[in-house]
Ligand binder design. Structure first.
Ligand code: ZN
Length: 119
């Protein structure tokens, strides 16, 4: 079986993460997941090596590979855009290297994840 952990190993054309205000879901907050398919009523994501169906209304979906740390508001941690590693944040450097996948990324602004989303 192909390891589906790292986004850069996938041919996915879209990536999705849970909207900040959605809590009733198994997705980790702030982590990006590859999108296998996207329909009007369901998005199929790769989550921990398995496909999972999630309502698109719960998701923020992008077409370019995420390349910045998600800063999860109010909870003082950031999530690696490449491997979804969660790192506690004290003072935020301009760039940070992930201890798990060794990739370095800049941070997105805190309000980008907590901003109101269109429904
Ligand atoms: Zn990483």
């Amino acid at each position: 079986m192909v390891a589906l952990e790292r986004l850069d190993k996938l041919p996915a054309g879209r990536w999705a993460r849970l909207l900040d205000d959605v809590r009733r879901c198994q997705l980790r907050r702030g982590a990006w997941y590859p999108v296998l398919s996207l329909g009007a009523d369901e998005a199929v994501l790769v989550v921990r090596h398995q496909s999972m169906i999630v309502p698109p209304a719960y998701l923020e979906i992008v077409r370019t590979r995420p390349s910045r740390w998600t800063v999860v508001p109010r909870e003082r941690y950031a999530v690696c855009p490449n491997c979804a590693e969660r790192v506690a944040l004290g003072t935020r450097p301009e760039r940070m290297r992930c201890g798990r996948c060794s990739e370095a990324f800049e941070f997105e602004l805190e309000h980008e994840y907590s901003a109101p989303h269109e429904t």
